[in-house]
Design a protein around this ligand. Structure first.
Ligand code: ADP
Length: 226
């Protein structure tokens, strides 16, 4: 219920903002358009934060459950790509995605897997000033491996272990600039582990990072989260 109380007003604010920008209430004067776009951007960020905090509280209460169905890996990749395509274009980054051509249908929580991949791609775009972000999905035996490679700022070796923890950020000033809570990776890790999978990162400061996660192609049953 709390979830409904928090999301409904935020969705209403975003909906009306969108309609104003679409000109439904008349032409938007040029000097008003900018601030209204800012309202939309900050509103979207607040909605992401609300969703993350709600997920986290569910996880902490031990009530997070996967909803298992057949899902398509190329669709997961395509959804993550389309939802962040405009951000990549705004930043002038090369943005590619490819999936093994013979990828079979997968069984798991496609929505949560999409959320995980979107989190990683969002981070990659956030922490990359120039170059490229590349999404890959490949099959290795009984697993699907999703990876997101960037040519961004990278992560110092002594932080690699910590960033998957709650509210952990290497540099809070960057996250203040681009928005972020330090919750994305810990939530992503939980969903991956609920699938019986694992997540890891390889990174070199100044050169970039590659985040990867492996999940079973077909999840046997949801694992309890601790
Ligand atoms: P945030 O909301 O800060 O992005 P996350 O949990 O998603 O929170 O990430 C935690 C921290 O890990 C980030 O604040 C950043 O310091 C680091 N990080 C995550 N992804 C990347 C990346 N692709 N490149 C560099 N640093 C990253």
């Amino acid at each position: 219920n709390m979830s409904h109380e928090l999301r409904t007003p935020m969705n209403a604010i975003l909906g009306f903002t969108e309609m104003i920008l679409d000109g439904i209430y008349g032409e938007v004067p040029p000097d008003v358009g900018g601030p209204i776009q800012d309202v939309r951007t900050w509103g979207q960020q607040l909605l992401r934060l609300i969703n993350d905090v709600l997920d986290l509280s569910k996880i902490e209460a031990g009530r997070m459950e996967l909803s298992l169905t057949v899902y398509s890996v190329p669709e997961v990749v395509e959804t993550a790509r389309t939802s962040l395509r405009s951000l990549a274009a705004e930043k002038g980054l090369e943005f590619t995605a490819d999936v093994d051509p013979d990828m079979p249908l997968a069984y798991g929580d496609g929505k949560r897997i999409t959320q995980c991949l979107t989190n990683l791609v969002g981070n990659a775009l956030k922490f990359t000033k120039q170059g490229r972000v590349a999404i890959h999905a490949r099959r290795e035996g009984d697993e699907v491996i999703y990876s997101v490679a960037d040519t961004g700022i990278g992560i110092p070796a002594n932080h690699l272990d910590q960033i998957f923890g709650e509210f952990r950020q290497v540099d809070a000033s960057i996250s203040r600039e681009f928005g972020g809570t330090g919750l994305g990776l810990s939530i992503t890790k939980t969903f991956v582990e609920l699938h019986g999978g694992r997540i890891w990162v390889e990174s070199e400061p100044g050169r970039g990072s590659t985040f990867s996660f492996a999940v079973p192609l077909r999840v046997a049953g949801a694992t309890e989260v601790v």
